[in-house]
Structures are given as C-alpha cells and as structure tokens.
Design a binder for this molecule. Structure first.
Ligand SMILES: Cc1cc2nc3c(=O)[nH]c(=O)nc-3n(C[C@H](O)[C@H](O)[C@H](O)COP(=O)(O)OP(=O)(O)OC[C@H]3O[C@@H](n4cnc5c(N)ncnc54)[C@H](O)[C@@H]3O)c2cc1C
Length: 437
C-alpha cells in the first residue's frame, strides 16, 4: 500500500497479521460514516455497531497508522488540560463529570480488551507520575485532596517509595494510579477494527475522505473513487483531517513527539527499573516509559511543532534515557519513530455535534487512549439520542488553532515551559548543594 506501510516500530514488528482492506470504490449507504481509523474512529464505529447501527469507516492509510498505532500505550483517566485549570474555568461539578467521563473511557478500553478475547494486549498495570523536583511537605495532603475532589483513584507516594522502585536520583515524589494500565496499541486498534467488521461494519483502508455535502438530512462523504450516504458523519481524523473539512482541520494543531525502543538489555534493566507499570515524569513535556518484552525499554518524550523526523532521533532518545538511568550504559536503540498528536488551543478534545448529523471526535493531544473511548462514547450516545455526555465538552469549541502562527506560538510556549522545568530542577539541585556544604 505504498506510503501506507506502517512506520518501522516495535509495534509494527510485533503486530497481528491483518489483510489489507480494499479502498472504497462504490456508492454505499450507512447509518453512520466515520472518517479516521484511529482509536477515536474505531471506538465510535464499534460502539455504534454494538447498538445495531450500520457503520462504514474510511481510513486514508491503514488502521492504527496514525497516533493510535505509535503511542506510549498508557491508558489512564484525566485530560491534557490540568484538572486545576478545568476547575477554575468550569467549576467543580462540571470538572468532576468530565473526569468521570474519562474514567468511563478507561473502563471501556478495559472491557474492550477483555471482551475481544485478547488479554495479551494488556501489557501491565498501574501508572506512576514522578516529579523531577521536590514537591515539599504539603504534597501528600494536596494529592489526596485532589483525588477526593475528582473522585480519582490516584494516591501519593513519597520519594523513598519511588526510589525503591526506580534507581535514579532524578526523581522525588510520585503519584500512583492503580486503575491505569498499558497496552499494545496497534494490536488493540487491529482487534477493534476486526470487531467492527464482525458486527457488520465496513472498513476501507487507503481511502481518503475528500469532501462532504448535505442534501436534506442525508450527508454525502466523498472519496476519490466512491461515496457514502449517511444520516450521521463522525470526523475522527486527528490533526490530519485535510480537505474534507478545512475549518476543523485548522482547529487542530499537529505536534510531534517520539518513541524509542531499546534492544533487549538483560538483567541490568530490572536492576534500574523494578516496576512493571507505566512511568512518566510530571514536567510539562516530560519523559514517559515502560519495560516491555521482558527487558526492553520503551521510552517516549519531547514535543515539537516541527513534524519532520529529526536526523539523529536514536541518539537523542538514547541521551534522554541515559540522563535518567546512566547505569544502563552502552544501550542500543533498536526502533525509534515519530508520531503526531492533535492539540486544540484549549488542550481539551473536540467532541460533539457541530451541525445536525455532523459530529467531531478529535484533538486528543498527548492523552488519548482512554479519552478517545470517552469521546466516542459521548458521540455514540449523542447519535443514539442522549446529548448529556457530549455536552460536557461543549465549552471547548473548534476555533482556529492559528496555522503557522499557532505552531510558532506553541513552540515558543513549549520552550518557555521547558526552560522553567530546567530552571526549577537546577535551582533545587543548587539549594540541595548549599545545604550539604
Ligand atoms: C508518540 C505518541 C505517544 C503517545 N502516547 C500516549 C500514551 O501513552 N497514552 C495516551 O493516552 N495517549 C498517548 N498519545 C496520544 C494518543 O495516541 C492519541 O491521542 C490518540 O491515539 C488519537 O487517536 P485519534 O483516533 O484521534 O487519531 P489517530 O490515531 O491519529 O487517527 C486518525 C486517523 O484518521 C486518518 N485520517 C485523517 N484524515 C482523514 C481523511 N480525510 N480521510 C481518511 N482518513 C483520515 C489518519 O490517517 C489517521 O489514521 C500519544 C501520541 C503519540 C503520537
């Protein structure tokens, strides 16, 4: 399939066999047409097919070709926007309900993985968010209070507990969420697609949606060699929607991030990382990683609005790993790949009905494995007549993300946040040094 081949990643190397699905080459009818074969589109299609809707999904490349088949694999509640900012903007009750919808997303992913008869897709349990700066004595109380406020399951861990599991002096306190887990995302996407088809849905790969028009209550979705007539359309194209809906495409900013997987490291990896869950640090654009395949390290990090793959990606990622775990020494990066996240300016997903019968489920930013399921659940409920869930997302619109100006502003904001993280860490290290002498 030409440029639709999966990028060389550990996920692609260990993916389940799945035959190419032919492009759409006819006029067909469906109850719902879905644009995008990532998690947002696949969950939408599956949840609607489970309710007896006839769904047809088109994917420009292949199932899970975008962010959904390339990510860190962490499934957890919450959103890219911080809960404190949401409480300030929307108030406590609304924020609680949004958080509960993200928890529903976690539950939907868990149920799907179990229900699809593929328990092996789930690769580990628990997530630890570790701080690179000392959070001070109020950390435990603050974390517990936030968990109580949100109805969340996360709990504070002190520095000694974190360092007993992660052999690095970089980290201080942590927040442990036992309800999180991590998965093989590409195999999950492929399993979801197979389930959509098993329930009567149709999926066309290598098929770009190029245009959209409306006649009465029927939407017509154009593709280069076919068309789908449907009562509802779900746009789930992330940052790459293109000409099918240029206004929406401009409302999502593409931001690149990277993942690397090491060679099999052997026992010294388990000496450095004695934890089978997922780990991330709490910097604004921090590292996220987990042990996979027994003794490989999967490491993600960095963000940039320059979506081209950096020429020395492997060296960059290796340097990031060794800056936290220098004891791993001479490790080889076996796979490294980029992925594109879609961010709206408000850092929240775009979920809801934007015209009668035209739905959006997009912009899941850096936090999308559970949130795509939560968004799809809200959209599917809306199509079936219950508007209460997608209206939770209504305060976050689909306004223009600023094109090249938005990219420049995002890059500047990222550099300034990175500089602040760097400064906080340096200042603490210097204070600690002064106290020691
Ligand atoms: C490297 C990386 C690491 C990440 N790590 C995590 C993590 O650990 N945990 C987490 O929760 N989130 C993570 N994320 C974010 C998460 O992967 C995304 O939020 C989520 O996968 C988005 O799903 P999606 O369906 O919206 O987009 P995508 O998976 O990008 O799918 C959109 C699909 O739509 C198709 N498409 C677009 N336009 C058209 C069109 N016009 N016609 C036909 N098809 C079209 C595209 O080809 C694409 O396949 C990460 C993202 C990246 C890139």
């Amino acid at each position: 399939m030409g440029d639709s081949a999966y990028p060389a990643s550990w996920y692609a190397a260990t993916r389940d066999a799945s035959a190419d699905r032919p492009p759409l080459a006819a006029r067909i009818e469906a109850d719902v047409a879905v644009v995008g074969g990532g998690f947002a589109g696949l969950h939408s299609a599956r949840l609607l097919a489970l309710q007896g809707k006839r769904v047809a999904l088109v994917e420009r490349h292949r199932i899970g070709w975008g962010a959904s088949g390339r990510n860190g694999g962490f499934v957890g509640a919450g959103f890219a926007e911080r809960s404190g900012a949401l409480i300030d903007r929307l108030g406590l009750e609304h924020t609680r309900r949004l958080y509960a919808q993200s928890q529903r997303g976690v539950a939907l992913v868990r149920e799907a993985v179990d229900g699809l008869g593929r328990p092996d897709i789930r690769m580990g349990t628990g997530k630890l968010s570790v701080s690179r700066t000392n959070q001070g004595p109020g950390f435990t109380d603050r974390t517990r209070a936030l968990a109580d406020t949100l109805g969340a399951t996360f709990e504070p861990w002190d520095t000694s507990r974190v360092r007993a599991l992660l052999d690095t002096s970089r980290y201080h306190q942590g927040i442990h969420d036992p309800s999180s887990f991590h998965i093989h995302p590409l195999n999950f996407a492929l399993a979801l697609a197979a389930d959509v088809e098993a329930r009567g849905g149709t999926i066309h790969e290598g098929t770009e949606a190029t245009g959209l028009s409306r006649e009465g209550s029927t939407w017509r979705l154009q593709t280069p060699r076919g068309e789908i007539a449907a009562s509802h359309i779900v746009l789930a194209g992330n940052a790459d929607l293109g000409r099918v809906q240029p206004r929406i495409a401009r409302a999502v900013l593409p931001v690149a991030t990277y993942v690397a997987v090491t060679e099999k490291i052997g026992p010294r990896l388990a000496e450095a990382i004695r934890w089978a869950g997922a780990i991330s640090d709490t910097r604004r654009a921090g590292d996220y990683y987990r042990v996979i395949d027994g003794d490989r390290l999967l490491w993600g990090g960095r963000i940039t609005t320059d979506t081209r793959e950096p020429p020395r990606l492997r060296e960059m990622m290796r340097g990031d790993i060794l800056s936290v775990y220098p004891q791993l020494g001479d490790i080889r990066i076996e796979y490294a790949w980029p992925g594109i996240m879609g961010y709206a300016p408000h850092k929240m997903p775009q979920v809801g009905e934007i015209q009668p019968g035209l739905w959006i489920c997009s912009a899941f930013g850096g936090h999308g494995l559970a949130q795509t399921a939560a968004g799809a659940d809200a959209v599917a409920a809306g199509i079936l007549g219950d508007d209460s869930r997608w209206r939770l997302f209504a305060p976050f619109g689909t306004r223009w993300a600023g094109g090249p100006f938005g990219q420049a502003a995002t890059q500047l904001a990222y550099w300034s946040l990175q500089a602040r993280d760097w400064w906080d860490e340096k200042r603490q290290a210097k204070n600690a040094e002064t106290l020691r002498t």
